[in-house]
Design a protein around this ligand. Structure first.
Ligand code: XMP
Length: 517
C-alpha cells in the first residue's frame, strides 16, 4: 500500500472504486490538510497504525446490495475517528450501522435542490439556504438512517441526503461536496476536517518545500545527483527542489533533440542555467536526430529511434559525473497510486531511463512522490519557475517528431514550429491557456491546391488540434470561438511558408487520440 512518511496529520480517503477518490483527496489538501488514498481492504490494525485524524469514504459505482460490493471492516466505526461517507460511502455507513438503503426509484443525476431539515447541523456551512443546488449521482438512497443519526438535509429522491451522528462523529452525505458544481461543497468538507476532526491545516506549499529540502539533504548527503530535464513541469520542479536542497551537487542534463517547440530549448537553458544557476549539460543533438530519422515515416519506428537516441546521448552526457549515485525523477502521486507500490527502492537505471549501462545503479530521488499536479505547479511557482514552464502543456517525449506526418526533416520542423507558435499565441491572447488541455499544430504530408494572389499553389495543410481533458485518458475537441480559429488560419497562411490550408480536428478521444501519431 502506498504510504509516504511525513510529519503531517493525515486524512485517509478510502477508495470504493469511484472516479472521485483522487478528487476528494485533492480537495482535502486544498483545505491544507494532508490526505492519502487507501484501498477499502485496509484493515483496522493498519488504520490504527496510521493514526489518521479523520477518514473519508469515497463514492463508488456499485450498489451496497450487489454481491461482492466493496465494503470495509466495521471495526472502523469503533476507533473514535471522525468519518464522513460520500455517496456510496454514506450508504455503506447506513447499511453497516443498521439503517436502510433502498432503490429510490428514479435516481438523481446532476444538479438538484437541497432541502434543509429542522435539525441543527455540524456540517452544513453558514449561509446554505433551502433550495441551494447540490450535485448528485446515485440510484440507491438511504431511507432510514441508523440509530443515533439525524437527517439534516434531503433532496427529492434522497430523503436522507445528509445524516449526522455528532456523538460518534460519523457523517454521511449523499451528494458530492468535492465537485465544483456543489457551490458550498468545499466549505462542507472544511467544516468536517477543521471543526469536527480538528485538523491543523498545516499542509502548505511553503512547509512542503521546507520538508522536502530536509528529506533530500538527508537522503543524498554529500553525494552527487543527476536529473534529465525535458522542459516539462514535473522534471523542472523536481530539479529546482533538489537544487534548493543540495546546490552544486546536482547536475542537470538537457538533451536538445531539435524536435521541441519554437524557442523551448533556449528557454530551458535560460531558466535553469542562467536564472536558477543550476549546472546544466546542454547536449545540442538535433543533427543526430535528423540523421537517424531520414526516410523514416512509420510512427512507431520514429518513436523507437527518438527514444533510443535520447538514451544514448543522455548516457554520453554524463562525462565528468560518472560518480553520480542519485537520479532525480519527477514521479507524481497519481503515478504512485497507479503503480500500487511505495517502494522508492534502488532500481537498475535501465528500468527507468531505459538503456543506461547495466553496471550503473542509481538510487532514485523522487521529491514529488506525494504531490498532485496542481501542488507541483504551486511548488514550482513558489520556487520562482516561470509560468511558461509551470503551466506548460503536456508534450510528447518524441516531440514534434510525432506531429509531422511523414518524414521528419529540419524544414518540416521549422514550418511546424512556426505554425504551432501561432496556435499557442492565439490561445494565450484569448486567455484560454488554462482551460484548454493542449492546443497545437500538426503538419500533414498531403498537398492540396490553393490560390494566393494570382498564383496557383500546391502545398501542405496544417491541422489544428485543441482539446479539453481532465487527465488525457479521454478528451473532447475544444469548441474554440470561430474568430480565434480564423485568426489562427489567416496568420498561419500568411506567416508560414509552404502552407496553403488550415483545418480543425473535431475528433474526441476515444475514438481518436490526442496526438496524431
Ligand atoms: P494520446 O495521443 O495517446 O496522448 O491521446 C495522451 C497524452 O500523452 C501525451 N503523449 C506522450 N507523452 N511521451 C509522453 O511523455 C510520449 O511518447 C507521448 N505520446 C503522447 C499526449 O501529448 C497527451 O497529452
Amino acid at each position: 500500500m502506498v504510504h509516504v512518511d511525513n510529519a503531517h496529520e493525515t486524512v485517509l480517503v478510502v477508495d470504493f472504486g469511484a472516479q472521485y477518490a483522487q478528487l476528494i483527496a485533492r480537495r482535502v489538501r486544498e483545505a491544507c490538510v494532508y490526505s492519502e488514498i487507501v484501498p477499502n481492504t485496509i484493515s483496522v490494525d493498519e488504520i490504527t497504525q496510521r493514526a489518521p485524524k479523520a477518514i473519508i469514504f469515497s463514492g463508488g459505482p456499485k450498489s451496497v446490495h450487489t454481491d461482492g460490493a466493496p465494503t470495509i471492516d466495521p471495526g472502523v466505526y469503533e476507533l473514535g475517528i471522525p468519518i464522513l461517507g460520500i455517496c456510496y460511502g454514506s450508504q455503506l455507513i447506513a447499511q453497516q450501522l443498521g439503517g436502510t438503503v433502498n432503490r429510490s426509484g428514479r435516481g438523481e443525476y446532476g444538479r438538484t435542490e437541497l432541502h434543509l431539515s429542522q435539525h441543527s447541523s455540524q456540517l452544513l456551512p453558514q449561509g446554505v439556504a433551502d433550495g441551494d443546488p447540490v450535485w448528485m449521482s446515485h440510484f440507491d438512497a438511504i431511507t432510514e438512517p441508523p440509530e443515533g443519526f439525524h437527517i439534516s438535509a434531503s433532496t427529492n429522491d434522497a430523503p436522507a441526503a445528509l445524516i449526522e451522528n455528532p456523538d460518534r462523529r460519523l457523517y454521511g452525505v449523499q451528494y458530492h461536496p468535492e465537485v465544483a458544481h456543489t457551490p458550498h461543497g468545499q466549505q462542507l468538507l472544511e467544516r468536517f476536517l477543521i471543526d469536527v476532526a480538528e485538523c491543523q491545516a498545516d499542509w502548505t506549499m511553503t512547509n512542503v518545500i521546507e520538508e522536502s529540502v530536509n528529506a533530500i539533504r538527508q537522503q543524498v548527503g554529500q553525494g552527487r545527483a543527476i536529473c534529465g530535464l525535458s522542459g516539462g513541469v514535473d522534471s523542472a520542479v523536481a530539479a529546482a527542489l533538489v537544487h534548493q536542497a543540495i546546490g552544486a551537487q546536482l547536475v542537470c542534463v538537457f538533451v536538445d533533440t531539435g524536435l521541441m517547440r519554437l524557442g523551448e530549448g533556449d528557454q530551458v537553458v535560460e531558466t535553469f542555467q542562467r536564472t536558477q544557476g543550476i549546472e546544466l549539460i546542454h547536449e545540442r543533438a538535433a543533427d543526430v536526430f535528423f540523421e537517424a530519422l531520414e526516410g523514416v515515416t512509420d510512427p512507431e519506428d520514429k518513436r523507437k529511434i527518438i527514444g533510443e537516441k535520447f538514451i544514448r546521448i543522455f548516457e554520453q552526457a554524463q562525462g565528468g559525473i560518472e560518480d553520480a549515485r542519485f537520479l532525480v525523477q519527477g514521479t507524481l502521486y497519481p503515478d504512485v497510486i497507479e503503480s500500487g507500490t511505495d517502494e522508492a527502492a534502488k532500481i537498475k537505471s535501465h528500468h527507468n531511463v531505459g538503456g543506461l549501462p547495466d553496471d550503473m545503479e542509481f538510487e532514485l530521488v523522487e521529491p514529488l512522490r506525494n504531490l498532485f499536479k496542481d501542488e507541483v505547479r504551486a511548488v514550482g511557482t513558489e520556487l520562482g519557475l516561470p509560468d511558461e514552464i509551470v503551466w506548460r502543456q503536456p508534450f510528447p517525449g518524441p516531440g514534434l517528431g510525432v506531429r509531422i506526418i511523414g518524414e521528419v526533416t529540419p524544414e518540416a520542423v521549422s514550418v511546424l514550429q512556426h505554425a504551432d507558435a501561432i496556435v499557442r499565441e492565439e490561445i494565450a491572447t484569448a486567455g484560454l491557456e488554462r482551460e484548454i488541455w493542449q492546443a497545437f499544430a500538426v503538419l500533414a504530408d498531403i498537398r492540396s491546391v490553393g490560390v494566393m494572389g494570382d498564383e496557383r499553389t500546391y502545398a501542405r495543410p496544417i491541422i489544428i488540434r485543441a482539446v479539453t481533458s481532465e487527465d488525457a485518458m479521454t478528451a473532447d475537441w475544444a469548441r474554440l470561438p470561430h474568430d480565434i480559429l480564423e485568426n489562427m488560419s489567416s496568420r498561419i497562411i500568411n506567416e508560414v511558408d509552404g502552407i496553403n490550408r488550415v483545418v480543425y480536428d473535431i475528433t474526441s478521444k476515444p475514438p481518436g487520440t490526442i496526438e496524431w501519431e
